[in-house]
Design a protein around this ligand. Sequence first.
Ligand code: NAI
Length: 629
Amino acid sequence: MKKQYFIIDFDSTFIKSEGLEELAIVVLKNNPKKKQILAQIRKLTQQGMTGIIPFSKSLEQRISKIAPRRSDVEKLGQFLRKHISPSIARNKHFFKTYRDNIFIISGGFKEFIYPVVKPYGIHEDHIFANTFIFDNEGNYKDFDRKNLLSQDDGKVKLVQSFNLDGDIYVIGDGYTDCKLRELAAVKKFIAFTENIEREVVTANADVVAQTFDEFLYRFDLPRSFSYPKSKIRVLLLESVHPIAKEIFAKEGYEVEALAQSLSEEELVKKISSFSILGIGSRTNITEKVVDSAERLLTIARFGIGVNNIDLKACKKRGIVVFNAPYSNTRSVVELALGEIMMLGRRIFEKSALLHRGIWDKSAKNCTEVRGKKLGIIGYGHIGSQLSVLAEMMGMDVIYYDIEDKMALGKARRCETLEKLLSLSDIISVHIDGRGENTNFIDEREFRLMKDGVIFINTSRGYTVNAAALVKYINNGKIRGAGIDVFPNEPKSNDERFVSALQNLPNVILTPHIGGRSEEAQRDMGEFVPEKIINFINTGNTILSVNFPNLQLPKQGSAHRLIHIHKNVPGIMAKINGVFSDARINIVGQYLGTDADIGYVITDVNKKYDPKILSALKSIPNTRRFRVLY
Ligand code: NAI
């Protein structure tokens, strides 16, 4: 097999920016003309990199404007070590493995290149770059003008002089790299566009790689990710918080964010090239959408409720769904608590009267929350958090839950719903939206409540019988109500809201905004992408709503293979049969199952016959197979 050599450019390829420009920033720190000089330097770089002026001229003019001291160059070296292109940084393993075959060839300066590439195992004598000449005090004198790399076509002449016997791959962002392509020994020129894309360079490239992973993937070289991240496409709908886009983009994914939701038909047309889909509550993920989503690995629901997603269809296709189960918990709790206080003192009613000029100073039916019994129905994320805050306000908390939930603080569990209803001065509903909870609070439940109760519902509209609620407000049994959710909610801000609850005294109506705060939106924008990225990188399904939850250790020295299959007898034996037939050493294996599917992650030793991949893929009942790294 022919030897492979890799010639890698430094500025805007190995590091994120141009070394000389960064050097100018260090040198000109306190110079009042800094802005102008930097602009001139940038222009010269651009002209040199695109071949508008000869490289030697561009270099000479830039250096004469900078004239750095030795100490400036040392400072720059330290700075640039933290400024490495992300996809280069995550593939350190490649550099260490191929160190004998890698050359850094740059029109920059060795004095700041070496400290940056050294930790990647690159030999000092494989770095070819210009060198400065300083005087004894460390002041700039000149640069070595005899160095080939300070001259026009220096890179070409230099590589020719190597006489390398093998295939040479050149990776760079500039015109001088691109010119190497003309050399007979150069097999491929790869235009590297992670930091900057120059048309004259990409137009003359054999391959355009947005990241180093893409280059490694293309030529099947050892890499940290089996699939280049820039090829992972993310579609975000419904104006999710911009931080989500930022996080996905920072990870190297290609993100498209739309303000609106898409219809089934639109999604079917669009979804096939996306690996990740992010949605709010208005996009419906039907079986038809899932069937068209050939590449889709995971769905991010930026919120709690997942009844707009056909979870079964997703599971069948091996698509893992994540949501944000507690990003807006605190916001709902604050709304409920605020309403409890406002309703107790009849604040909205008095405020409305005063707006109409009526001065009602009476204290009748106006009460504090201190010492009152708060009955919480549903002691989940929201219910239990409300319990803690309400107790801090001096309320006496009791709760009812169908599951055995641990009491927080001094709260006490009620064995029956009936008991809670008959004891509470204030009742707040926080049960989840499962179908069986439809009309959970009905005639009978209202009848059992104390006279003059305050009633809050921020859970789901259909958990409470709306007609019964109106009846018991009208007959005075309920003296105040805070309602955030309704059986029929408008689909958009343009639709009018109509309800029998309107215009009743001491009833606070809010348009399903319990969880809508800046903080909650931002938290969701961060929480879900982190779960998704973790899933893509490690296979972790912790907190997924439709997959067996697996928490996996990180594995540095192994390959991780993911196999999702229909849960039928004997399939694990088949999977492990493939490994044992190929004499592959399993480093670790993790299995999660439910009634429908099996999710198995196998870490194997780095050296294996790639034929096993197709063998694993073709095991009957396989839903999805993926090599993680
Ligand atoms: P969760 O799932 O953490 O808690 C729900 C609790 O209710 C669980 O402990 C469950 O065992 C219990 N439960 C379910 N059915 C019950 C029943 N029939 N009787 C007694 N207990 C029952 O949910 P989380 O996050 O606390 O949310 C609670 C509700 O708030 C959900 O309905 C959710 O959709 C709603 N919500 C509303 C928001 C808004 O903007 N208004 C925002 C966020 C959530």
